[in-house]
Design a protein around this ligand. Structure first.
Ligand SMILES: Nc1ncnc2c1ncn2[C@@H]1O[C@H](COP(=O)(O)OP(=O)(O)O)[C@@H](O)[C@H]1O
Ligand SMILES: [Mg+2]
Length: 282
């Protein structure tokens, strides 16, 4: 079944620009994640559809960032596998993996801009590393990407000279420097005020639309989850499994699982705390 779907994905890819479709872009099969003997999540099975905004949600410490690390190839599955299109990423050779990594854009939690470099220089880094563009061309692409995130004219500013929300957007400009097919975000709105957070959400959707990119977001911000999520998976730390999947707004409406309800109806502010400190447990 998956092979058939993946075959169709391939033909769409070669037919032209990436269009929004029901085709799977990422397939996660029987993924078990562990640090040594400590099994974080067992048997995760899910599909991320092309150009969807897919949310990885769950309480603090349940393994959201770890799942992202698996998707990025920074950590290997204990068991199971991850497929991108027709590439079995988990079992691919290093060259095929490298090529796949070039199709990713990542915005880490901190934004992680180099403080000693201007915004244009920060955004130019991946272009210098992975393209043959000249200095002037790199500068031009950097300006274009900054304009896309609402930072036109800020090329020569240093990160410390702009607000936290602007830093996040500059990080986003860097993440899209190479026109990625898949964008990964780890808690993108952490530390932002509600307005900056909404602006970032809107930008994420705009960029998804303009690049046709698939977007995977780790977040516990309810406002974001409902505003941008097409699909989601909910990781539960106590059972070490994904207990539910689906469109977050539909889950809010229809899910009867008390854990899901508790999570989705909690106030929009702050990381939901699990009273049992469930992550330390088993
Ligand atoms: N490198 C590591 N070695 C061992 N345990 C880790 C490591 N990184 C994270 N953990 C543990 O794995 C669990 C999940 O972490 P993480 O994926 O960061 O959770 P989340 O992003 O959902 O808050 C936590 O209990 C954390 O302490
Ligand atoms: Mg995390």
């Amino acid at each position: 079944m998956a092979e058939k779907l993946l075959g169709e994905t391939q033909s769409i890819q070669s037919a032209g620009p990436r269009a929004k479709s029901a085709e799977p872009d990422i397939v996660v099969r029987n993924l078990t994640m562990a640090y040594g003997d400590f099994v974080l999540m067992r048997n995760l099975n899910f599909v991320v559809k092309r150009s969807a905004v897919f949310i990885i949600m769950g309480g603090s410490g349940c393994g959201k960032s770890t799942l992202l690390r698996h998707l990025l190839g920074l950590k290997e599955p204990a068991t199971g596998e991850i497929l991108y299109g027709d590439l079995n990423f988990t079992h691919a050779g290093s060259e095929a993996r490298e090529q796949q990594l070039r199709r990713f854009g990542v915005l880490y939690q901190g934004g992680a801009l180099w403080s000693s470099m201007t915004l244009a220089e920060n955004i130019g880094l991946p272009l210098e590393e992975f393209t043959d563009l000249s200095g002037a061309e790199i500068r031009e692409v950097a300006s274009l990407k900054l304009a896309l995130v609402g930072l036109k004219g800020f090329e020569d500013y240093y990160p410390s000279q702009i607000s936290g929300g602007m830093q996040k957007r500059a990080g986003l400009a860097r993440a899209i420097a190479l026109d990625p097919e898949i964008l990964f975000f780890d808690e993108p709105s952490a530390g932002l005020d509600p307005i900056s957070s909404r602006l970032l959400d809107e930008l994420i959707l705009e960029i998804r639309d303009s690049l046709g990119a698939t977007v995977v977001v780790v977040t516990h911000e309810l406002a974001s989850i409902f505003a941008i999520g097409d699909d989601s998976i909910f990781l539960d730390a106590d059972s070490h499994t994904a207990i539910v999947q689906g469109n977050p707004r539909e889950l809010l409406e229809h899910s009867t699982d008390p854990r899901v309800r508790r999570f989705l109806t909690r106030g929009a502010e702050g990381e939901p705390e699990t009273p049992e400190g469930s992550k330390a447990g088993k």
